[in-house]
Design a binder for this molecule. Structure first.
Ligand code: 8YV
Length: 317
């Protein structure tokens, strides 16, 4: 099985450490540098045994069809909704992701957005930079302390957020269809609108994909209410962005902190114009430490696969 110089296709530019390791140990084809993919596939497609991609790049079945000997896809990121897992399963292709190593960074991003919207940090900075402090007062914000943090998706990242929010003396509640989790004492809601109604901050951290498409719709936003905030650190697809824009324009909710969008990197112009919204460019896992750990974990998966056919963090397809 050991095949250190196996041909791998890298979908898009990657973390420098990962690029260096791949270049050293594998025969790398960089998809974004290939001028004529059709001609490339005709010449090299049958040699490629691995694909390295990310949660953002995903894959495309038409190109994977041209790789008849593909065995494994290694993805940089915990979410893999941009990869067609049914297609991989049908072809017996394995998949790995990078769980756990980014829990802290994404949870910190959620806390940052929650603090930013509640204390109007971005708006306050714009105020100072525009020289407005000398001629006016800045509006007050809200405490997090004593408020309810509603978590939609109490998985590993959701639990990490819960711990941090609890340290800010917030009440923690979560949505889960059916029974509550046995291992947590947070308040459980089996109904999403009820959780929204009870929440001052509704944090979205469920996986993307068809099961959660537009889970946060206009009704959920209306239930959240005019004094409460939406925070999305999951996937843009989970929130109906048109409904969110309408809710914000109608002041049905107080504001939103958004790290992800339906059509990244395009952000609706209406969101850009609202002071009640904080916008970040999908930086949830974007710290030096976490991206290094993700790069190392992707490489550990690629190396293990081509050494003995195993994966360190396989996705069950
Ligand atoms: C991206 C993410 O994958 O882990 C995820 O699911 O969304 C992010 O960590 C990463 O930014 C891709 O470069």
């Amino acid at each position: 099985m050991s095949d250190k110089k196996a041909d791998v296709l890298v979908w898009g530019p990657m973390h420098a450490a990962l690029t260096q390791n791949l270049d050293r140990d594998f025969t790398v084809h960089n998809r974004w540098e290939i001028k004529d993919l059709d001609a490339w596939a005709a010449e090299h497609g049958d040699k490629v045994r691995g694909v390295i991609t990310s949660g953002v790049y995903g894959t495309d079945n038409a190109l994977l069809d041209r790789l008849p000997n593909l065995q494994v896809v290694n993805s940089f990121g915990v979410g893999y909704d941009a990869v067609d897992t049914d297609y991989l399963a049908r072809r017996g292709i394995q998949l790995s992701n990078t769980p756990d190593v980014l829990n802290n960074a994404v949870a910190e991003t959620a806390m940052a957005l929650m603090l930013c919207v509640s204390r109007r940090i971005s708006q306050a900075e714009r105020f100072v930079r525009a020289g407005q402090w000398t001629s006016g007062k800045f509006p007050l914000g809200n405490d997090l302390c004593g408020k309810t943090c509603g978590i939609v998706g109490l998985g590993k990242i959701g639990k990490t957020i819960a711990k941090r929010a609890a340290a800010f003396d917030m009440n923690i509640a979560y949505f889960r269809r059916g029974a509550p989790y046995a291992d947590v004492e947070y308040t459980h809601y089996a109904d999403l609108q009820e959780l929204a109604r009870a929440s001052d901050y509704l944090i979205v951290i469920v996986p993307g994909g068809p099961d959660t498409q537009h889970l946060i719709n206009r009704d959920v936003l209306k239930a959240l209410g005019p004094k409460s905030y939406l925070i999305n650190v999951a996937r843009g697809s989970v929130v109906d962005e048109k409904a969110l824009v309408a809710s914000l324009l109608e002041s049905e909710i107080a504001g939103a902190g958004l790290d992800v969008f339906e059509d990244e990197p395009n952000v609706p112009a209406e969101l850009m114009s609202l002071d009640s919204v904080v916008l970040t460019p999908h930086i949830g896992s974007g710290t030096y430490e976490t991206r290094q750990a993700m790069a190392d974990l992707v490489f550990a998966n690629v190396s293990a696969y081509f050494a003995d056919g195993s994966l360190v963090t396989p996705v069950q397809l």
